[in-house]
Design a protein around this ligand. Structure first.
Ligand SMILES: *[C@@H]1O[C@H](CO)[C@@H](O)[C@H](O)[C@H]1NC(C)=O
Ligand SMILES: *[C@@H]1O[C@H](CO)[C@@H](O)[C@H](O)[C@H]1NC(C)=O
Ligand SMILES: *[C@@H]1O[C@H](CO)[C@@H](O)[C@H](O)[C@H]1NC(C)=O
Ligand SMILES: *[C@@H]1O[C@H](CO)[C@@H](O)[C@H](O)[C@H]1NC(C)=O
Ligand SMILES: *[C@@H]1O[C@H](CO)[C@@H](O)[C@H](O)[C@H]1NC(C)=O
Ligand SMILES: *[C@@H]1O[C@H](CO)[C@@H](O)[C@H](O)[C@H]1NC(C)=O
Ligand SMILES: *[C@@H]1O[C@H](CO)[C@@H](O)[C@H](O)[C@H]1NC(C)=O
Ligand SMILES: *[C@@H]1O[C@H](CO)[C@@H](O)[C@H](O)[C@H]1NC(C)=O
Ligand SMILES: *[C@@H]1O[C@H](CO)[C@@H](O)[C@H](O)[C@H]1NC(C)=O
Length: 455
């Protein structure tokens, strides 16, 4: 055990009677470990961005006017054939799509969008937008449909009854860059053959009933958006996680087990928002999370995570929303975390934290830090002493790589323990409070992905 943990134990055995941080009774502040912070991990793959879209981004807004040249005859026949097959299979069409699917010019069909195919210089079927169409039928075979759309670039079909196994590679779909199959009827294992479409930048598979494991190479794909929340994935998160260049990543509301991979630090140059909430994650937070200095939203609420908060969290300078609530974290809340300038709503409630210093107390008064239902003596709405002591006596608390919990991989962040004791003497009178109500609320993008589309 490290001194840090010994000090936690000391506080633990004494705080019920003495309260927080009475300097005379505190053990000496732990020394910083004599290891230098590792260099920021190098990305394993070359991400060049922003990447120009293959088709104009205004695709959705294109007027659906008849085109003179709707593709080479073979492609045209193939698309018409498969569309009629799908039409026959659709037995429920509350938004009246299929009655427009007549004639030979599919560019005017409802939900179909044509554009010039870059490599052929002819008009082709570039987009399918069936979002919210709510198509029903005994078997709406997504794979059979899409693989007959050779020039497709975007396929958005959320909230339908598409299903079926995606059993072969989609690598012949050279332009496919956006795939939204959320809220359909897919089940079984992750559709790994989707990953053959290597130009995908937007992958939305949320709200299906996929289970089992997620293939490691998913995170090697050059995606901007990766939503796989609200499925039944129940294995560990692959160690490749940190290879993802995604800006927005949601793994929430699955049954993922095991720890958060330490490779996550590799995503520091791209990751803006990440949601792990409501899984079955265990273990301690890897200090590498502290490398994520562009991340504004980090949410691991409702898991089985434990350990203290690594000091490296004080380096997450852009962090606005932090949710660690409903886990089994313990120890002192790093003062550097509470000094992060963009802190808007940091929820650490329903854990076993036992110490807060002055900077954190300020955040609590500002209502920007929620520490309800912890084990902090002297604060309101804490867990009962019985519940706290039961937790602290139950098991030996330790994390792998304990030395790393004191690493601060950035400059300008002071060591917590020392700083908090110094600040203790600061005059509290002149402190300016900025409460949550006086701040401009952040506008996170990923939380919206946790609501079912078109419900
Ligand atoms: C990454 O890709 C860009 C553009 O293709 C290239 O200029 C650059 O040299 C590459 N970097 C590495 C490290 O391969
Ligand atoms: C679809 O068509 C039917 C009959 O033609 C009509 O009653 C219904 O209102 C239409 N629904 C929508 C969403 O346009
Ligand atoms: C594409 O085809 C049009 C006529 O259909 C022609 O005017 C144009 O030059 C072609 N563009 C290229 C890049 O070949
Ligand atoms: C679509 O799927 C849901 C759930 O499986 C089912 O209840 C519904 O009947 C299906 N709709 C049709 C028209 O098949
Ligand atoms: C249509 O239904 C048939 C019979 O279930 C199925 O074999 C076929 O794959 C389906 N095709 C499409 C495009 O849904
Ligand atoms: C992805 O796009 C590039 C550039 O347009 C192309 O060369 C490549 O073949 C595409 N990938 C697939 C799987 O078709
Ligand atoms: C994971 O899900 C699969 C498919 O539902 C199931 O067969 C397996 O038992 C589950 N594994 C665990 C560890 O829950
Ligand atoms: C973020 O971290 C990287 C690597 O650790 C560093 O080069 C960069 O300056 C940091 N950015 C900010 C805004 O601190
Ligand atoms: C703060 O975040 C927690 C956890 O995500 C959430 O439950 C709570 O509603 C948020 N509070 C405010 C004021 O946004």
């Amino acid at each position: 055990m490290l001194p840090w943990f010994l000090s936690a134990l000391f506080v633990l055995s004494s705080f019920f009677s003495h309260g927080y941080a009475q300097p005379a009774q505190c053990p000496p502040a732990p020394r910083c470990p004599l290891i230098s912070p590792p260099p920021p991990p190098k990305p394993l793959i070359n991400f060049t961005r922003p990447r120009p879209p293959l088709y104009p981004p205004s695709l959705n807004l294109m007027p659906r006017q008849p085109r003179r040249n709707p593709g080479p005859l073979s492609n045209r026949a193939r698309i018409l054939f498969i569309t009629q097959e799908l039409k026959r299979n659709i037995t429920y069409d509350p938004n009246n799509y299929t009655h427009t699917w007549v004639g030979k010019n599919y560019c005017v069909f409802k939900g179909f969008y044509c554009d010039t195919v870059p490599d052929l210089n002819i008009t082709g079927l570039a987009g399918i937008v069936f979002n919210g169409a709510r198509f029903g039928g005994r078997f709406l075979n997504f794979y059979r449909f899409i693989r007959n759309l050779p020039d497709i670039a975007i396929f958005h079909a959320n909230s339908n009854n598409f299903s079926g196994v995606i059993n072969r590679n989609l690598n012949q779909l050279r332009y496919l860059y956006e795939l939204d199959l959320s809220n359909n009827k897919f089940l079984g294992g992750f559709p790994a053959s989707v990953l053959g479409a290597t130009n995908l930048t937007f992958v939305d598979l949320r709200f299906n009933t996929y289970a089992g494991t997620v293939p490691p190479r998913l995170f090697n794909m050059d995606t901007d958006v990766l939503f796989i929340n609200n499925n039944g994935f129940n294995k560990t998160i692959p160690a490749t996680l940190g290879n993802t260049p995604a800006l927005f990543l949601t793994l929430a509301n699955n049954k993922f087990t095991g720890p958060i991979p330490r490779s996550i630090g590799r995503a520091w140059n791209t990751l803006l928002e990440v949601l792990f909430l409501n899984n079955r994650l265990t273990g301690c937070l890897p200090f590498e999370i502290g490398y994520l200095n562009k991340t504004t939203v980090f949410d691991v609420g409702g898991n089985l995570l434990t350990g203290p908060i690594p000091q490296s969290f004080g380096c997450m300078t852009k962090l606005e929303l932090l949710n660690l609530a409903h886990n089994q974290f313990y120890g002192a809340i790093p003062e550097s975390l509470c000094r992060l300038p963009n802190a808007y709503n940091f929820s650490l409630s329903y854990n076993y934290f036992s110490q807060v210093g002055p900077a954190c107390r300020k955040r609590i008064r500002e209502k920007r830090l929620d520490v309800r239902r912890n084990c902090i003596t002297g604060l309101p709405q804490q867990k009962s002493a019985v519940e706290c002591s039961r937790f602290f006596s139950r098991n030996t608390r330790s994390c792998p790589r304990e030395n790393t919990f004191n690493i601060v991989p950035c400059t300008g962040v002071s060591n917590t323990a020392a700083a908090s004791l110094e600040e203790e003497e600061e005059d509290e009178e002149g402190v300016v409070l900025t409460t949550i109500d006086e701040m401009t609320p952040p506008s996170p993008k990923t939380y919206a992905a946790l609501a079912k589309p078109h419900h």
